[in-house]
Design a protein around this ligand. Structure first.
Ligand code: 58G
Length: 222
């Protein structure tokens, strides 16, 4: 999977060189190419934004610099995603769907956003990571990269993605590890019983119980 990220703050993505995603990059399972939109400014001061037509607060990113940044990475099979609070809210189904793509171009805005004309010209999909406004699209782009990369073959075990929360519309069952007694509380007996069928049933019940208590909305249309 190839990700091109169009951003004014490529350094923000340094944190992806850690843990599981860092390993996936080292192993060439995913390729993250950071493109600094500022490199495409034709201005002698490297300016990329200007005041909004019609007035109002803040600055808007110019369409021409974004378009040139896009031209430098586009391919015939690329899907362009604009990270925006006005997009469709991301969920696990969307993550799995996007993990089947070969090439994603993630566009990150800043300030008051990007000139609408270049968005209309190049964007295939607008995605939000939740109903709140951030100062930039970089954190949402990292959320997208992380969530999608988990589904790329070899990044984590297949078991981890098939057994997890949401793959059956339920939350996960609770997990326990050593010590067997912590602050006077024992690990549930069934988990140390070695009775695999009872363990499976107990986990199924707990997953349903947790979902009813914590996220009843997930059960609403079931
Ligand atoms: C209104 C406000 C429109 C994604 C800001 C466009 C991006 C939240 C999310 C913007 C984002 C999210 C400028 C800064 C997009 C631009 C960016 N905020 N919820 N902010 O996924």
């Amino acid at each position: 999977m190839k990700f091109d990220v169009l951003t004014l703050f490529p350094e923000m993505f340094d944190s992806l060189n850690q843990s599981i995603i860092g390993k996936a990059i080292e192993k060439d399972l995913i390729d993250i190419n950071l493109v600094n939109i500022r490199d495409f400014s034709k201005d002698k001061h490297k300016k990329v934004d200007d005041t909004p037509y019609g007035g109002g607060a803040g600055m808007v990113i110019r369409p021409d610099v974004v378009y040139d940044a896009y031209q430098s990475v586009k391919s015939d099979d690329a899907k362009v995603i604009y990270m925006s609070p006005q997009g469709k809210v991301l969920n696990q189904k969307k993550v799995i769907e996007l993990s089947k793509e070969k090439h994603l171009i993630l566009l990150c805005g800043h300030y008051e956003g990007i000139d609408q004309r270049v968005l209309d010209e190049i964007v295939d999909e607008e995605i939000s990571i939740g109903d709140y406004v951030l100062t930039g699209g970089e954190l949402p782009a990292m959320v997208l990269i992380d969530s999608i990369s988990r589904y790329v073959e070899g990044v984590i075990s297949q078991e981890s993605t098939s057994e997890e929360s949401f793959s059956n519309s339920l939350l996960e069952y609770p997990q326990y590890t050593r010590p067997e007694v912590f602050k006077g509380v024992r690990v549930p007996d069934v988990l140390v019983s070695g009775h695999h069928e009872n363990i499976r049933k107990w986990r199924e019940e707990k997953a349903l119980e947790f979902t009813k208590i914590k996220r009843p909305d997930l059960l609403e249309d079931k």
